[in-house]
Design a protein around this ligand. Sequence first.
Ligand code: KG4
Ligand code: ZN
Length: 355
Amino acid sequence: MTDEPALILGVESSCDETSCALVADGSKVISDTVAGQVELHARYGGVVPEIASRAHIEAINPAIERVLEDSGARPEEISAVAVTHEPGLIGSLLVGLTAAKTLAWVWGKPLVGVNHVCAHAYAATIDDERIEYPATALIVSGGHTSLYRCESPTELELLGSTIDDAAGEAFDKVASMLNLGFPGGPAVEKAARGGDPHAIDFPRSLLKGQSLDFSFSGLKTAVLYHVNGVPGATRSQAPAGVGAGKGAENLSPQELADVAASFQQAVVDVLRIKLRRAAGQTGAKTLVLGGGVAANTPLREALSELAEELDVTLRMPKLRYCLDNAAMVAGLGYHYLLAGQISDLSLEARATVRR
Ligand code: KG4
Ligand code: ZN
């Protein structure tokens, strides 16, 4: 390696954000851009894969051009092109992967395939200090809720993951039940301010024994039954508590805030308990948080308290690097490049992968 910084161009298009970034030496962002698609999907209450891939096609070239222009970097100064190739929506992944392969081929640069969830586990490093390993990472997003033991940025062992809904998905579905709009996470967090997190005792699914897997579908159903009533139940069997069974449109602002706050508290409690368990099993020096739900303030506060209690360091991404972004992809790509883990043009997009 020379003294020149290694510049990695990152490309991310696994879900509904088209992002490109130029990152130096794995953590310093030279230039980045994220084009979201919220307004295209909002009326459907969730990401529509076909709409997402078409929007990526329109946004990908402008994103790459903008990053190159903003940074002033010339292709010959770029060390490699890193791209998310798994997991994600297949049509969305293919757009970024094809763009990245084309650039790598035209420029004659190495292509580095990056796992999206591993990139979320690296995001806390972007524009910040390095993570001290071994670490235990909790990745909570719209598509994933997983715990990892991390030996280095590139060596991750899956300890547990959700057996049904992801935490972010539960936020999105509860937001939809409460008519709060899309994306649901920020809307539920906002609605929960001023609510009593202990107003309703929603279930915390911890699964058996020392399990590090998650389940959020029971919680989601409990919120649904609480708000709309249990299907077929008589009035006397209706759920107890604030606003029980009367429908979201009939909840008072305080009742709505209480439902949102109690749901959010149940998610935060489960995430905190499971991360504590995982940290105990792995003896980590550092706790790492990543993924869109990492933007949630009550979660960030709860995990800060946990880190203090366990006397370990907590590393959380800056808010803009919680959500999908190419800076984390370029950052992690640098470490794959250093480790010689380079792909060729046969690199495939994969919708699912368990690792
Ligand atoms: O990482 P991300 O951008 O995409 C995936 O890889 O899935 O995460 C998006 C998810 C959505 O489910 C969104 O509702 C959730 O992150 N989210 C939040 C917050 N901000 C975004 N969940 C809870 N609280 C937030 N403040
Ligand atoms: Zn993500």
